[in-house]
Design a protein around this ligand. Structure first.
Ligand code: NAD
Length: 538
């Protein structure tokens, strides 16, 4: 058994702290140049002729990088490089592979921390705190705890019985082939984890990063290379998701997909994989964490101040662009009447702007497409007679894609913004009669196809238990008297069911088990020279 790691401590970045000084220097330095981001295939940097720019979302005229997109050749070469690298990577063994990812964690905790945090702040428009808990702490935790889990289940999965004269073992063999890791923009940690979790247990990977996080994700790729990741084990491929998928599926060694992103894209992927099955050597593993319509339900006996904080932080941190962000709330009449004005007062205190100004709690949303989609929901709510916007509702895309934190109160619990994923700073509240708690739990369970995160706020044990039971399948991560965001590796393994994903729990051992295909080995030392059995004797 290896010794259990601790969660990475979160740095505070207070005025006058060393970390703040270093981070500010790094931000200035990253803003002062435009870099070129290549594809990285078999350890080689490939600069193609087809480039796009990567901009700062809260200041979208500022270009951070020119990104060289993969064409058909690069895509095929990346898949072939991953296939060729696998034999040596398996034979290196789990201990040595773990050492590389533990080194990644150490580099990220030290010399790379500011580089990766600054790039996440600029590329994905995160405040310093949101960057620190994601790009630094969570990814460090993924690498350390995954190594720990993999080493431990290696021993735990061994057969219980080896009768005299034989030895039974289980080889913790990886899938045969490469895994396609398709990653979302919103967490640098998830982007780093999706290719590296399968790689830790011996798969190789083709990593397709999101077009909105090429810059920070490239830093992670460079960090892994500095930590000693051998060429070809993870191949970094900016470019079209649809085309990379098509190319990967035309290679018989495609062994699985590790996806995080929206539900529609994942469902399409699953269908493409099903169509490609006859061409594939193995049945691929399909792991996907997808969208959410995360809820907070309050009971009339709840602590109202904690509820207010959860609604504000849970819905508006990182502009509501967390898959776990609360975006619908069911609040009893008495509680709503008591907190509504204060909630609006507090939300109107939120400062929004450039992430360089550390007093800002919110920055912009990720891109023009997200801006249009989210403001579309707000505009439709404005003209919906069931809905009333009680704070926010404004937006401005002149400098960056800024949308005010917005609360819609609806009379219709099935109204559009109450059931669809918006993925922005919009919370919809449905106010229910105090004596309709159980009906409201049922409503919450049935209103939306998603089942990612959710929270109950109540004091009495009886009410907590009612919600716990009624909402069993409504959330893969369930919170009691806390906001539904902020899952921590090794504390709340993360994932949802229904339309929210395959619930393979990143940040726990279950995810890693999806990337292995064990081999049972029986070895006997007995020499058997007589083919007959005792019962046959006269
Ligand atoms: P997205 O679905 O737009 O993109 C995700 C990835 O899929 C990107 O790399 C994208 O380029 C790629 N992609 C897009 N179309 C594709 C296609 N046709 N074929 C193959 N790949 C394709 O999602 P996003 O905007 O990056 O992230 C936001 C979404 O991710 C939200 O729905 C959010 O809920 C979800 N999310 C879920 C979790 C979770 O753990 N459940 C975590 C983070 C984000």
């Amino acid at each position: 058994m290896s010794s259990q790691p601790d969660n990475e401590p979160i740095l505070n970045y207070e005025v006058g702290s060393k970390e703040r000084e270093n981070l500010e220097k790094e931000i200035t330095s990253q803003l002062s140049e435009i870099i070129d981001i290549p594809c990285i295939i078999n350890g080689e940097e490939i600069y193609t002729k087809n480039t796009v720019t990567q901009v700062v979302p809260h200041n979208h005229k500022h270009v951070l990088a020119n990104v060289h997109l993969a064409g058909q050749n690069e895509m095929e070469n990346a898949c072939n490089a991953a296939v060729s690298a696998q034999k040596a990577w398996i034979e290196l063994g789990l201990e040595e592979r773990s050492k590389i990812f533990e080194k990644c964690a150490d580099l990220l905790a030290t010399s790379w921390r500011m580089k990766v945090n600054a790039s996440t702040m600029l590329n994905q428009s995160k405040t310093v705190f949101q960057a620190e808990i994601d790009a630094a702490c969570e990814l460090i935790d993924f690498w350390r705890f995954n190594s720990y889990y993999a080493k431990n289940f290696h021993d735990e999965l061994q057969p219980l019985v080896s009768p005299e004269g034989m030895v039974n073992t289980t080889e913790i063999r990886p899938l045969e082939g490469f895994v396609l890791a398709i990653t979302p923009f919103n967490f640098t940690s998830i982007a780093g984890n999706l290719p590296s979790a399968p790689a830790l247990v011996g798969c190789t990977a083709v990593w397709k990063p999101s077009r909105n996080s090429y810059y920070s994700n490239y830093m992670i790729m460079k960090l892994m290379m500095e930590a000693g990741l051998p060429p070809g084990v993870i191949n970094f491929l900016p470019g079209s998701g649809a085309k990379i998928t098509e190319t990967a599926l035309s290679n018989p060694a495609f062994a699985g997909v590790h996806f995080t992103g929206s539900t529609g894209v994942f469902q399409g992927l699953w269908q493409r994989i099903a169509e490609a099955l006859p061409n594939l050597k193995s049945y691929p593993r399909i792991v996907g964490e997808t969208g959410g319509k995360d809820f907070i339900v309050a009971h009339s006996d709840c602590d109202e101040k904690s509820l207010l904080v959860a609604l504000l932080r849970g819905s508006f941190e990182y502009q509501g662009q967390k898959c776990s962000a609360s975006s619908r709330a069911y609040i009893p009449n008495s509680v709503w009447n008591s907190i509504k004005d204060n909630l609006v007062v507090e939300i109107e205190k939120i400062r929004m702007g450039d992430c360089n100004d550390f007093t800002n709690f919110m920055t912009s949303v990720i891109d023009k497409r997200a801006f249009d989609k989210i403001t579309g929901y707000i505009e439709r709510a404005k003209s919906n007679r069931d809905c009333k916007i009680i704070t926010g509702g404004g937006s401005n895309e002149e400098t960056g894609w800024f949308i005010e934190p917005t609360i819609i109160v609806t009379k219709n619990p099935k109204s559009e913004s109450m059931v669809e994923e918006i993925f922005g700073p919009v919370l919809t509240v449905y106010v229910y009669d105090n004596d309709k708690f159980e009906e409201t739990l049922k409503l919450c369970d049935e209103a939306s196809p998603y089942a990612l995160t959710g929270a109950i706020f109540a004091k009495s044990e009886e009410n907590i238990q009612k919600a716990y039971n009624a909402l069993r399948f409504t959330a893969g991560n369930f919170y009691i008297n806390d906001k539904p965001t902020g899952a921590v590796v090794a504390q709340q393994p993360f994932g949802g069911a229904r339309a929210s994903g395959t619930n393979d729990k990143a940040g726990g051992p279950l995810n890693l088990l999806r990337w292995i295909s064990p081999r049972s080995v029986k070895r006997t030392d007995m020499e058997i020279h007589d083919w007959t059995y005792p019962f046959m004797k006269k």
